[in-house]
Ligand binder design. Sequence first.
Ligand code: FRU
Length: 487
Amino acid sequence: MSEILNKAREYEKEESAKIVKENRPVFHFSTPVGWLNDPNGFSDYKGEHHLFFQYYPYGTYWGPMHWGHAKSKDFIKWEYLPAALAPDEDYDNFGVFSGSAIEDGEEQVLVYTAVEERKEGNKKLIRQTQCIAVGDGMNYRKHKNNPVIKADLLPEGSSLEDFRDPKIWKEDDRYYMVVGSRNADGSGQIALFSAEKPDEWKFEKILDKSENKVGRMWECPDFFNLSEKQILIISPQEMEAEGLEFHAGNNALFLVGSYEKENFNFTRENIQSADYGLDFYAPQTLVAEDGRRVMIGWMQSWDNPIYPANHSWSGMMTLPRELFYKNERVCQLPVREIEAYRKNEAFYGNICIEEERELAGISGRSLDLELSLKGNEYKKFRMKLAADERHYSEIVYDRTEGTLTFDRTYSGLRKDSITARSMKVREENNELNLRILIDKYSVEIFANGGEQAMTSLIYTDVNATKMTFASDGKAYMDIKKYEIEVK
Ligand code: FRU
């Protein structure tokens, strides 16, 4: 093992042990220590779910990237494992960037982007290439033939610098990989490669490209079939805002279409935001043993990050979510495994909400809520959460506009950051249904059976646990609350 990896392993072991459970989220994955961004290598190996992640253990800010590592039997309780990769070769001296993993016989194969900083004359050059490392679920050897893919395999004019985030899968005894890239027009494209052996790749096709219409660089692709559709996930940078569907800056998108495997033809039919909240990026999926397609995302935004105060960790993942295709949309709901951690149920049926009020038994900072709203006599419904005398975050449903807004303006932020975002929602049979997962530092909202998701961070003092409900006319609400406890 290299000195650099060994140092990271010793450091994280010592420092993560100092963080008490009370100072972490209850049911969301958080970095052992230091900084975390993208999920990497989210995949099953020997019957367990593995999660790797972009990781800088030594500070709560982005630094030379390592791969952190954890595993879980149920997507909820995670066991930290020693860091898997460190930037310890010439070809990855600037960092081991995002990538993915597969189970391959007895072995686990990791595919990652090596970033090399190289001097040419008095200029510094950055080169990104794809590399592999093979291991046993704990320790990994970087392959002697690394890098296994260089940008010179890409079509003429493609960037040598922006070429990253390989997602690998195996099908009919062949390996496939999609990688984010930038083509001659400066905007994003997704390249497909295939291989008989994981160290000998061949360029197949550009699956889709931005043409400067869907942002600039396309990061973190994933590519899979979901019911009758083929989904290409991308995380584009530098997008322009469009209605309430896309916000400015980094977005995470589902490109929905069809796929002809014989000639690798992907035909995009439509684009959908993967999440409408303030903090969601770089999602990745796995297929569980029972066939479920499960997605996890980084719960943060590059453009508008907010950080936990006074902690030696910074970075969490969303709750893993089951994907399914319904009503011409890619839908998502929290993995069903969370239901095993529910306790202390409280329920109010058809309760009339008008003046702002609390409901006995409905409060807290680790909750799974199911809520439905009915009635024709109100225009705006407001729900405050994580509230105390001074602070709250608010979910507002505007029936006239057909929008749902999450607003953390008064959540206790001390920087002038973006605090609210809205999405279009529709009622189904005159009812709006919401599932809301509140953890100490985050709120995830799923509208209408998962048709839309909205994920945002809050770093309000954890003693702010109050919830209130109000409406400007008679609104009728069913609400079920569970507390989530993870021992
Ligand atoms: C996305 C990303 C990836 C890159 C990684 C670096 O958030 O920019 O494209 O591999 O983060 O940490």
